[in-house]
Design a protein around this ligand. Structure first.
Ligand code: ADQ
Length: 492
């Protein structure tokens, strides 16, 4: 078996390749957030793919992570340059905070980023809102980030690695001010088809911002191609080379590459075998009154791209079509609320609650509920317990850049059992084609796939899960970071 990348090998590799450079990571969200709890200050670490992959790198070589300081005690914990050393238990790199007013956050984050760019990049029911003052705030905030980065770079050899769609103008701003700096960005959401992107009134500014990058990464080849076509048809002076996947404007080149993000496979697989997870499974079975019932699980950030209402409708159809499963199968839907300031997100929550209630009223009896909903952030032990105890995990996004839940579920199943129902429209479907691939819009077909999953012979389940596990084991989160570094060092 090929040796997979791990934290240790990634750190060694980063040290060997990047030590001569000032390494700067930029993201909207900070890796550590400080908040008051009474008179005490509490520090919380952000969990997620990006911190898992980039914190070992930046800790190994040192550097600066620039992010929006959003905690109420963030200002109280930085020095006069808005910096503090982190991780708190073993300080290795500087977190530099950028300050934004409440109005800027409303217009740049909840506004342009999440009501214009987010729906623009996802082919879903919600359409983008293009508001001039939100766009102005987006430009201003990108400039604030640029200034913070440029203060650090000055005349040093620097590599700047930007995260996501909140900062589309930042690469252009850095490159124009300091052409010697190497700039890369990873776009965590899909890039839409050219025709869909054309409705954006500021499409040229956004593309020119992104073309400030030397390297621009997406999850899939399809997103890369969509981006190349969008540039080709929008920016008259661009030269697009599809074969090499690069764009040139006035001699400045941007490479476009797929880097499918992933999870810490070994860590999740190990955690799934822990005593804590076994105890958590027992607790959940007792508390949720599951005894030996088949369990289906879905875990999502509460977002309209995740296709939760249609999934619940399919579960309702499934019980109508297969009444023999009544009393024997329970679906657990875990959602963590997000962007609750945006009306479409609030409405979604109400819609989900009403659908779950309706299914329970229609099909439930005695103390058996067909659907159990859990709302709020849940500890990893509970998530891993849910993935470990379930017969099937349903990921039915209408459109999703990657979807980490699909890979987390696979990583948790060290027993090689369990079935993944995975939307064809999630980036993860490209790698995990041994899942039962579904069309999340076809509610009857999704109901039929649930039945197929529950009836699937054990040997077939094992075969499919083993293949998926070998893919996620190899293409893990450390490989994601190593592949980006490898590409970056070719450019410097
Ligand atoms: P998201 O849209 O947030 O990410 P996803 O990739 O599914 O989507 O990641 C969500 C993360 O939140 C997972 O790690 C999951 O375990 C966690 N989570 C979900 N519910 C939770 C709960 N109740 N409690 C605690 N944790 C919970 C965006 C893109 C994706 C892309 C990622 C990474 O939309 O397509 O995969 O970035 O690039």
């Amino acid at each position: 078996m090929k040796q997979a990348w791990d934290k240790e090998s990634l750190c060694q590799f980063a040290k060997a390749k990047l030590s001569d450079y000032l390494f700067i990571v930029v993201s909207n969200r900070e890796p550590y957030i400080h908040s008051y709890q009474g008179n005490e200050i509490k520090c919380e670490a952000a969990v997620g793919g990006v911190t898992t992959a980039l914190e070992p790198v930046i800790s190994a070589i040192g550097g600066i992570w620039v992010a929006h300081g959003s905690g109420d005690a963030d200002r109280a914990t930085v020095d006069s340059q808005n910096k503090l050393m982190v991780p708190p238990e073993e300080p290795r790199y500087a977190l530099k905070r950028v300050w934004l007013t409440e109005e800027e956050v409303n217009n740049y984050y909840y506004g342009f980023s999440n009501q214009a760019l987010w729906p623009l990049c996802h082919a879903v029911d919600v359409k983008p809102v293009f508001d001039e003052s939100q766009w102005d705030a987006y430009k201003k905030v990108n400039e604030v980030f640029a200034q913070s980065v440029l203060e650090e770079v000055r005349d040093r050899k620097a590599l700047v690695f930007i995260q996501d769609y909140h900062l589309a103008l930042l690469p252009g701003l850095i490159k124009r001010a300091n052409p010697e700096t190497t700039v890369a960005q990873f776009w965590h959401i899909p890039w839409p088809r050219q025709k869909a992107f054309q409705i954006c009134p500021w499409r040229e500014e956004i593309l020119n911002g992104l073309l400030g990058n030397d390297l621009l990464g997406f999850h899939t080849v399809r997103h890369c191609r969509n981006f190349l076509t969008t540039v080709n048809r929008t920016i008259a002076e661009s030269k697009v080379n599809y074969e090499k996947a690069e764009v040139t404007i006035e001699g400045k080149k941007t490479e476009i590459r797929p880097f499918p993000i992933s999870v810490d496979f070994e860590q999740l697989s190990k955690e799934a075998q822990s005593v804590e997870v076994k105890e958590e499974i027992e607790r959940l079975r007792k508390e949720l009154n599951l005894s030996d019932k088949f369990v289906g699980v879905s875990i999502d950030r509460l977002d309209y791209i995740k296709g939760i209402p249609r999934r619940l409708m399919a579960i309702g159809h499934f019980f109508e079509k297969c009444p023999e499963y009544k009393g024997k199968t329970t679906f657990i839907q875990v959602t963590v609320p997000s962007r609750t300031e945006i009306p479409s997100y609030r409405k979604l929550r109400e819609n989900i609650d009403a659908l779950a209630e309706e299914i329970n009223l229609r099909h439930g009896f005695g103390d058996w509920k067909p659907v159990i909903t859990m709302v709020g952030p849940v500890p990893t032990t509970t998530l891993v317990a849910l993935w470990s105890m379930t017969k099937l995990c349903i990921v039915s996004s209408l459109h999703d850049g990657m979807n980490l839940v699909a890979k987390e579920f696979v990583a948790s199943r060290y027993d090689n059992d369990g079935i993944l129902l995975l939307s064809r429209f999630a980036g993860a479907a490209k790698e995990l084609d041994d899942a039962l691939l579904i069309n999340p819009y076809a509610i009857d077909q999704l109901a039929a796939s649930i039945e197929e999953a529950l009836e699937m012979p054990r040997i077939e389940r094992y075969k499919r899960m083993r293949r998926k596990r070998s893919i996620v084991r190899e293409n893990n989160i450390y490989k994601w970071a190593a592949d980006i570094i490898l590409e970056l060092v070719k450019l410097v």
